[in-house]
Ligand binder design. Structure first.
Ligand code: ZN
Length: 211
């Protein structure tokens, strides 16, 4: 008789989602489950017991993980994060180069350089979008979009990112104090150490002088 009584875990599917499976090491479709313990009699769930933390199971290898793995961006998410961070940073740098907040003029060399940065990454982008971004995004958007990349970009990737923004800032002449401050903030938001940031900005300034 007692053998018919017991506790069993049943898993209800909550949704399917793309994520990076830690075992496969690449983007996979996984099923998110809500595991629930049931008191069962003769295989029939009778009384629900504790609900356990949700978990996700890889559709390819069957590996189960806790939902912490969803914090790791998929390739598609990372591409979006990068594009947003580049756009926000371009707007940040362009805004910092203006004499005041009511100066709506953007130097044509700055426009051309900004569009070239976006095109080099394969993003369609035009002057109207740039003007929209400069008007509508704020400095905090740049900081938070960059913050998402601190763990994802390699030190070399961060260095390249900052160097590109520095050459954008200097496309209409030497960097001014506000541009330098904005660039330093971009480096800090990416999690770069201060000496490294200063070194990159110094090299970028030298490159411009010798160009
Ligand atoms: Zn897997």
């Amino acid at each position: 008789m007692s053998a018919m009584w017991g506790v069993e875990i049943r898993r209800r599917t909550v949704r399917q989602t793309e994520y990076v499976c830690p075992r496969c090491g690449v983007d996979r479709i996984g099923s998110e489950f809500e595991p629930q313990r049931w008191f069962v009699i003769a295989k029939l769930p009778l009384i629900p017991l504790a609900t356990m933390p949700n978990e996700i199971m890889c559709g390819d290898c069957g590996h189960r993980s806790d939902l912490g793995v969803l914090d790791i961006p998929t390739t598609a998410q990372l591409t979006n994060y990068l594009e947003i961070a580049v756009r926000c940073s371009i707007a940040f740098v362009v805004r910092s180069g203006r004499a005041n907040a009511f100066d709506f003029n953007i130097d044509s060399s700055v426009v051309a350089h900004a569009l070239a940065v976006m095109a080099a990454d394969g993003h369609a982008y035009d002057e109207a979008q740039l003007r929209d971004d400069v008007a509508n995004l704020d400095d905090d958007d740049a900081r938070s979009s960059l913050g998402r990349l601190t763990r994802e970009l390699t030190p070399h990737g961060k260095q390249r990112f900052l160097h590109r923004m520095a050459s954008l800032a200097m496309s209409d002449g030497p960097m001014n104090v506000r541009e330098r401050r904005a660039l330093a903030e971009i480096g800090v938001a990416l999690g770069m150490p201060a000496p490294h940031i200063n070194g990159i900005l110094a090299v970028a300034a030298l490159d411009l002088e010798s160009a």
